[in-house]
Design a protein around this ligand. Structure first.
Ligand SMILES: Cc1ncc(COP(=O)(O)O)c(C=O)c1O
Length: 485
């Protein structure tokens, strides 16, 4: 970098501040790979001397680059290029090239074997999507379960209605405003968790042989559900930045009949992506033009690290075509199995299917959660959870950046607790999974998240936990990955 004198000219010919010039230069060096993800950029003092600009100018330019998400400050250490995993612009493919026709889901024994192995509780828990039980309000919730079951003694033992407890639906309706939705309790059906909600939605919207479009990589449980129902899957490429490509989806709609689209628009599992509001609106409009139902899984939406949670695609639904699904599994109690669906125009069908398969969701956990939402300090609990997960996501990322081979890219989610790690091509994620297993470490290998032959160098890592044991395990994973390069 040479010295800088005077004030520069912006692209439009407007006069640029010096700090913008400095930021632009450093930004260009990050873009062209001179400074790589995870690498330290010059010290403030050093750059100030080198460019003959004031310390203040460098600080301003670093603040500018931080806001743009290009660098980050690490206390006592300096500024580093963020190891984010954004898809470089140049890699954006033409829709026709990125389009893969629908295919039957034929999962062999392999994914089941992997999932079974990951369920082993003695493993270092980097491979599972479960929340950290130590962060859940077990005592308070279990106390409420006992108190409410006593208070509503006969009701708690009887069959409930297929639609679920009204007082719980009322609490859910009240909270929906945080996701940009105005709901009435009557629009909601309580389910036994979010997966049941999504499964009911697929059953309500599709018949065997139909095609479901879904962002790829795909949360593997949905691949299993789709296979079980005899549906075809159409994988639409997605990026950790913005989720599903709408260009490819629009192209796919022109190529083949699509019966439903399934999205995890907020803090996607496994990418961590959040679809920007404008894109959510566009997605809902695009599908509505073709009368295609959108099944939305928003199970991570409440785990936003920022001050507000992102909106749901349901917020843009004008035709009742969005079937919104969520649960309290990531925030309160996965074992209580309480979720819900807002099925729009499919409500009667959903209630019918719910009663057919399950009669009704268990009443006592509904009573407890309704009470927790009304009087248990749910918002306070969420704030704590978000703060801890935000910190841990940073810790796990940093540990990966320290120990994995050069060229590794890690997602930077703004909520939830899963990280998507793309390693150099030579690293075989399935082999890494096997070798990690031998070291007592669980990781979810990328090939689990697709029916195609993709993501062979990717893994999903959970940041739900943090401890020295986790840190050591990440260092071991880094060594194992290094050995493959
Ligand atoms: C995207 C997504 N949906 C649903 C679930 C499970 O939800 P539930 O336990 O409420 O059925 C998970 C759990 O990992 C998930 O990642």
């Amino acid at each position: 970098m040479g010295t800088m004198n005077g004030t520069g000219q912006g692209e439009s010919g407007s006069v640029r501040h010096r700090y913008e010039e400095v930021a632009a230069r450093l930004g260009a060096m990050i873009a062209n790979g001179t400074y790589r993800p995870g690498e330290r950029v010059p010290s403030v003092r050093g750059l100030s001397r080198q460019l003959r600009v004031s310390i203040n100018t460098v600080l301003q330019s670093y603040a500018h680059l931080e806001n743009a998400g290009l660098i980050e400050a690490k206390p006592q250490s300096g500024y580093y290029v963020r190891a984010s995993l954004s898809t470089p612009e140049g890699e954006a493919q033409k829709p026709a090239a990125a389009y893969h026709p629908p295919s039957d889901v034929v999962l062999g024994e392999e994914p089941l074997r992997v999932m079974h192995a990951l369920a082993d509780s003695s493993l270092v828990p980097l491979g599972r999507g479960a929340p950290n039980p130590d962060l859940l309000p077990a005592e308070k919730l279990n106390r409420m379960l006992a108190v409410e079951s006593r208070r509503f003694r006969s009701q708690s033992l009887a069959y409930g209605s297929a639609q679920g407890l009204r007082k719980l639906r009322l609490q859910i309706a009240k909270r929906a405003i945080t996701a940009g939705c105005t709901l009435e309790p009557e629009e909601i059906v309580i389910t036994s968790g979010c997966v049941e909600a999504v499964t009911l939605a697929l059953q309500a919207a599709c018949r065997p042989g139909d095609t479901v479009a879904i962002a790829s990589p795909v949360y593997y449980t949905f691949l299993n559900s789709i296979q079980w129902m005899g549906l075809k899957v159409l994988e639409i490429p997605a990026t950790p930045g913005e989720g599903m490509s709408l260009d490819v989806l629009a192209y796919a709609i022109e190529q083949t009949p699509i019966r439903a689209c399934l999205t995890i628009a907020n803090f996607n599992n496994p990418l961590g992506s959040v679809m920007p509001d404008e894109k959510k609106r566009e997605l809902v409009r695009l599908l509505a033009r073709h009368d295609i139902p959108l099944i939305e899984d928003d199970v991570y939406g409440d785990l936003a690290f920022g001050p507000a949670r992102p909106s749901a695609t349901k917020a843009y639904d004008e035709k009742g075509l969005v079937l919104y699904c969520s649960s309290f599994s990531k925030t309160l109690a996965p074992g209580y199995r309480v979720g819900w669906i807002v099925p729009g125009r499919f409500r009667q069908r959903i209630e019918y299917l719910k009663s057919l398969f399950n009669i009704a969701t268990a009443t006592p956990p509904q009573l407890a959660i309704a009470e927790f939402l009304a009087n248990g300090g749910y918002d306070h609990h969420l704030r704590t959870l978000r703060r801890i997960y935000a910190r841990q996501v940073g810790q796990v990322r940093d540990a990966i950046c320290r120990s994995f081979p050069a060229g590794t890219r890690v997602s930077r989610p703004d909520g939830g607790f899963v990280l998507w790690v793309e390693m150099p091509e030579e690293v075989d994620a399935m082999r890494l999974f096997e070798e990690a297993l031998r070291e007592g470490i669980g990781i979810a290998p990328g090939p689990l998240f697709t029916t195609g032959n993709r993501f062979g160098n990717c893994i999903r890592v959970s940041a739900a936990f943090w401890s020295e044991r986790i840190e050591r395990a990440l260092a071991t994973l880094g060594e194992l990955a290094h050995a493959m390069t």
